[in-house]
Each structure stands twice: as C-alpha cells, then as structure tokens.
Unconditional design. Structure first.
Length: 677
C-alpha cells in the first residue's frame, strides 16, 4: 500500500501523528480513537518512505496478542514484501532476544531457561525450608510478589535498602539473595530478570548498548501509560541521539498501579524529552455521544491528567440508564430482566457485558442467570462455586451433612493440610474398598487397629472429633453460623489470614460472600442442593453468553451493551484503595470508571443499591461520588425503582468528608433532585 493510501483512512489528527516521524512524540489517544491504527500506520509509513529498514524499528507493546495483531496489520500495509521485519513484540519477548545474544556478558549461557511461576514457587519453598522460614506464614507467592516489586524498580539483592526494624523484608531479602544465586547456577532467569538484566547489560556495557542505539532509528511504544519504572528505563537506554521515540497511550486509562505501572512516565514524558510534540486523538469511533459525555464528565474531575475531550460523529444514542435498587439481589434481578425482556431481542448476548469492581460481585449474577437460564461466562476469573476456597468450605459442609461423601472428606483433610500424604490416602481407600466401608469409617478402623503413623493418627483423630462436634452443632445452629464456626475451628480462616499472600484477601472476601449467600436458604440441606444443581447444570450453553468480568479485565474490550453495577461508596471507589493511597487511589478509581463506561458502544447502564450485605450484616450504602459527576442531560432515571426506594433513603445528609475518606458532594438534596427529577 502506498503512503497516500495509508493516510487516506486517517482523520486529520491521526495523520499529523503519523507524519511527525522525527524527534520525541507523545500521542494521547482517547478510548476508541484508533491508537493501534495510528501506531501501525506510522510504522508502515516510516518503512514505505524509506526512512528506515524494517529491522531498524523497535515497536513494543504489552501482550503477545496485541503484538501479533500489529504485525499482521503492518505486513498488510507494506508496499513491498521483505525479509527484513521490525523488532515487534512485548517488552519481555524482545528482552529475550537481547539476552540470548549477549548472555555471556551477564554470566549466563545463551540457552538459559526461563522459569515459570510454578518453578519459582518450588525453588523458594526449598530456600524457605533451608532458612527455617515458615512457609505457612510467608507464602512463596508473597515472596515472589516482593521480589518482582524489587526487580520492577531495577533492584538486585545488593541494591535493596531496608529499614533496620523491618524483620519481614529482611527475611524476604535473604531469600532473594539465595534465590538469585541459585537461578544463575541453574542458567535460568525469571520474567522479572528479563528486563532487569537487559537494563544492567546496557548500563554496564556501553559498547553493546551503542550497537542497538545506532540500529534502532525509530522506537514506537503502545499502551505507554502502563509502563513501570524498569520498562521506562529500558526504553530510555535505547533511544538514539535524534530521540526518535513515539509513545502512544491514554493517561485516563492508567488503572494498573497495583502491578507497578507508573502514570508519571506518561505525564512527565514531555519534560524528559525536550521539544516533544503532543498529539491528542479525541475522535471516538466506538461509542455514542451520550456515553462519551458521561465518561468525559466523570474523568474531568481528575487533576493529574493531560486533558482531552472525546467526541463522536455518531448519533446521540440512548441515554445512560441510572437505576437504584433495594439490595444486590434485586440489582441482579433487574439487570437479568432487562437482558431477558428487551436487550437480547436487539443484541447478541455475546455483546452484552456486566463489569464489576470486585470479582466476588459476580456471584449474585451467576445465581440469577442459572435460575432464569441465561448463558454466561466469567472472563478473567473462575465461576463462584468453582473457586478453590468455596469448594473447600463446601466440602466441610458436605461431610457434616452426610458421612459417606468420601470426596468431600478427602478435600477437607487437605484444606488445611493435616500431614496426610498420598500413600496414606491410598492405604485408607484400599482398606475401605476391601471392607466395604466409607472413607470416614476406614479412618476410624485404621486408628483402632493402630495402622497409621502416630502423627497422622493424632491428626486424623482430632479432625474426626471436630466433625462429630460440628454434626452436633448443626442441630442447633443456623447453617451459615455453622460454616463460620467450621472455618474458624478448622483453622481455615486463620490459614488465609496468617499467610502473607497477594490473593488471600480475595479468598476471604469470597468466603464472606458465601456466608451471605447461605442466608437465602432455609437450611443446610437446601443450600447444598442449590450448590449441587448450580455446579452440575451444563453451563457450557451452546451459542451466546453474557460476559461477566471486572472492569480491570475489560480494558481493551468493547461491547454493544455494558452494565456497571455496585456504584456505591466503599465498593466503587473501593474503600481499601482509598485508605492505602488516598487521593492517588481516588484518581485511579475514577480512571477505572472511565474505562468501564467507554467499553459501551450503544447502551450503558449504571446502578447502585441502598443496602449491601457486609460480613453477614446489612449495611446502608451511599451512591458512589461518581454518580454525582454524571451530567443530568445524559442520563435516564428509572422512575419506578428510584421512587420506590427514595422513601427509605435518608437523603437529608449533607456529608462533606475528605475525598480519601468518604463521599464528597454538595449535599444529598441535590442528589435526590437529580435522581427523582
């Protein structure tokens, strides 16, 4: 394709971004504004204009899928097929190429192995055992997270500085030192090493760095707002004297600080690179005008942004629907009814998505969809009743309910672990089979016959005594109170609380949601029947399915219809985030709202509930401050639900908390007028 043809399909601002090939360029690309098209067209344009050979261009993105898509587009654009191809890939895949070529300079061999997470866990477990570090209190996953954090900041063990009284970090640093030595002995790297070693390579070997600085005449970067410290340093070391680097991204979609992404890389780009040209892509090709106005109004309340206003030449479109419900269950029913009664007649279920702030929120939607027979899929997560911690908890309830459930008993024995290995389980099952016994009776008989090792005998005896006690408790306690007791007395809750693990907080939240779910059923038997039916129904419906996912997982996707439930203070923006990072977290939560709304192409629904169950108790909730940031002219209120609940709402509060502590609004009277106008 000739250059003129390449440019024809671009709007004026996109063309400017493509034609400005020299010097530092920052392309601020709003949601749905065609940033990938600009990046790939720019790459093809540079090659077609013979400004550089393909292999003199470095183009970096974040996912293999994005890299593959860009590569296919670029090849389709090029007027001539060539053996020369761009260095196009993820930060990690390109780093591997560098390291294979120059491994010896770092004390490695070129055929080094790249460790996956399981390899890392196994190695760290061995180190913890040798160093007498209790893996039950500090999990390998938690240590890996710490090591990754240090590596993302460019720190090898000798570079890490720790305060004298921080014993936890001292222990982890000791593991890091041993771990780093061991993986080098194994001629291996982990994912964090790939970038860190490249940076060290370029810093310590100027001759090698100069080879690439001279070779890469142009550097292009996608999703620049998601770069962390080490990725940005990696780029800076490769930029040539002409500083031909072009970074494309959207500061309003920077939502991954918890992964180490630093929005300041984007916001300070023009200060690091003098005479930087900034191009703003503000024409949106995805959403209607009402959706864009809603998203733009919300994000305009952020202070730390370069600023842009999305616009569209498409229709005004449907107003954004704003609904209020009595509780989460009614919210799930209302959304389900909207899909069933009207939306599925206009759209494919595959093009309808429900985006939540926290993954445990999917539970009420899953149960509702199962009840009414709407197909669904959970993207970026596991279905609620298939999550490990939920299956663990239910295994306890199943064995309490009836002693012949061998599978439930086996799972309960393993969670938390009771020192019973595979050989012992095989012995118990073999004995059970020969004597036509259930697993529980087989254990009892083996204990009586003294067939088990003393430690295992003591452990299983104690556990069976607990089960016997819980069966007695089940006669007098509510089934949800029984589960809470079981989780406490079995040590399961304490195991999750004690173990420093990045995922354990979500597991605890899921268990709290399970306890809340149990209150909807009269007794243990009816609840277990519900779970059995929910997990045994064929959920792989043929054909179309509604998409359930978090807003984080939805970034980069688009749907005809998007539902955004749970817009309440404490849930969204999330209270824990606000407590930990204050106003910085609030701005990121607002960017998340912007991402959520801009996933919608044709229709968007925002909702909140008057009450949510929290730790088993019903709590009154306040609408998210983001609701108050939506322009009235762009929303349609569901008069029925809003009027129905308004009498129960205490709107006459005029709370004016600090932004990182609670809801900031000009008063509830204004919100009431807005909702019921």
């Amino acid at each position: 394709m000739e250059s003129d043809q390449l440019l024809k399909s671009l709007n004026e601002e996109q063309q400017k971004a493509v034609l400005s090939t020299e010097g530092p360029n920052l392309v601020v690309a709003g949601a749905g504004s065609g940033k990938t098209k600009v990046l790939t067209t720019r790459l093809a344009y540079i090659i077609n204009q013979k400004k550089a050979w393909a292999n003199q261009i470095l183009c970096v993105t974040f996912t293999n899928k994005a890299a593959k898509e860009m590569q296919n587009r670029v090849l389709s654009y090029l007027s001539e097929k060539s053996n020369s191809v761009p260095w196009l890939g993820t930060f990690h895949s390109i780093s591997v190429k560098f390291l294979r070529r120059h491994a010896e300079a770092l004390g490695l061999k070129s055929n080094f192995t790249i460790l996956d997470t399981d390899d890392q866990k196994k190695l760290i477990k061995k180190i913890c055992t040798a160093e007498n570090i209790d893996a039950k209190k500090i999990s390998p996953q938690f240590i890996i997270a710490f090591i990754d954090q240090w590596k993302n900041k460019g720190l090898l063990p000798q570079d890490v500085k720790i305060k004298k009284n921080n014993l936890l970090e001292k222990s982890i640093l000791r593991v890091y030192e041993i771990y780093q030595t061991k993986i080098k002995d194994l001629n291996a790297c982990d994912f964090g090493d790939l970038l860190l070693y490249c940076v060290k390579l370029f810093e310590e070997h100027k001759d090698i760095r100069d080879i690439y600085k001279k070779n890469f005449k142009y550097i292009l970067v996608d999703e620049y707002q998601d770069t962390n410290f080490i990725q940005n340093k990696w780029l800076n070391l490769l930029v040539n004297e002409k500083r031909n680097i072009c970074c494309v991204g959207d500061d309003d979609q920077s939502i991954y600080s918890w992964r180490g992404a630093e929005i300041k890389n984007f916001l300070t780009f023009d200060k690091i690179y003098d005479n930087c040209k900034i191009f703003k892509l503000e024409q949106n090709y995805r959403s209607t005008k009402n959706i864009l106005a809603t998203a733009s109004s919300i994000i305009s309340n952020n202070g730390k942004r370069l600023g842009k206003t999305l616009w569209s030449s498409s229709d005004q479109g449907e107003l954004v629907k704003l609904n209020c419900y009595q509780n989460g269950k009614e919210e799930a029913e209302g959304i389900s009814d909207a899909i069933e009664n009207s939306l599925k007649k206009k759209y494919s279920l595959n093009n309808i998505s429900i985006l939540v702030r926290a993954i445990y929120q999917t539970r009420e939607f899953e149960e509702r969809f199962l009840k009414v027979g709407i197909g669904y899929r959970v993207l970026g997560g596991t279905k609620f009743y298939e999550r490990a911690e939920i299956k663990d908890a239910i295994s306890y309830l199943r064995i309490i309910n009836q002693k012949f459930d061998d599978l439930a008993l086996e799972r309960a024995i393993g969670s938390p672990r009771k020192g019973v290995g595979e050989n012992t389980m095989n012995q118990l099952y073999t004995f059970a089979s020969k004597n036509k016994l259930c697993l529980e009776d087989s254990i009892i008989k083996n204990i009586e016959l003294n067939q088990l090792k003393p430690k295992i005998k003591a452990s299983l005896s104690s556990f069976l005594n607990m089960i016997k006690k819980w069966r007695t408790d089940a006669k007098t306690k509510k089934h949800y109170d029984l589960l809470k007791l079981v989780l406490d007395e079995s040590g399961y809750s304490q195991m999750l609380k004690n173990k420093k693990d990045v995922d354990n907080e979500n597991r605890l939240e899921n268990l709290k949601e399970l306890l809340r779910a149990m209150r909807d059923y009269d007794n243990l038997q009816s609840f277990l029947e519900h779970v059995a039916l929910a997990t045994s129904i064929d959920q792989e419906w043929d054909g179309e399915k509604v998409n359930l996912m978090t807003m984080h997982a939805a970034k980069g996707l688009e749907f005809d219809v998007v539902f955004l439930p749970g817009w309440e203070e404490g849930l969204f923006p999330h209270q824990k985030s606000l407590e930990e990072k204050g106003d910085l977290a609030l701005e990121e939560e607002r960017r998340l709202a912007y991402v959520g709304v801009t996933r919608a192409k044709k229709e968007a629904f925002i909702s909140f509930a008057m009450r949510r169950a929290f730790h088993g108790d019903w709590m009154d909730t306040l609408p998210s401050r983001f609701v108050n940031e939506i322009p009235e002219e762009n929303i349609e209120k569901n008069e029925g639900t809003l009027k129905e609940v308004s009498n129960d709402f205490d709107f006459n509060q005029d709370q004016d908390f600090e932004s990182n502590e609670g809801y900031r609004s000009p008063g509830w009277e204004r919100l009431k007028k807005k909702l019921l106008k």
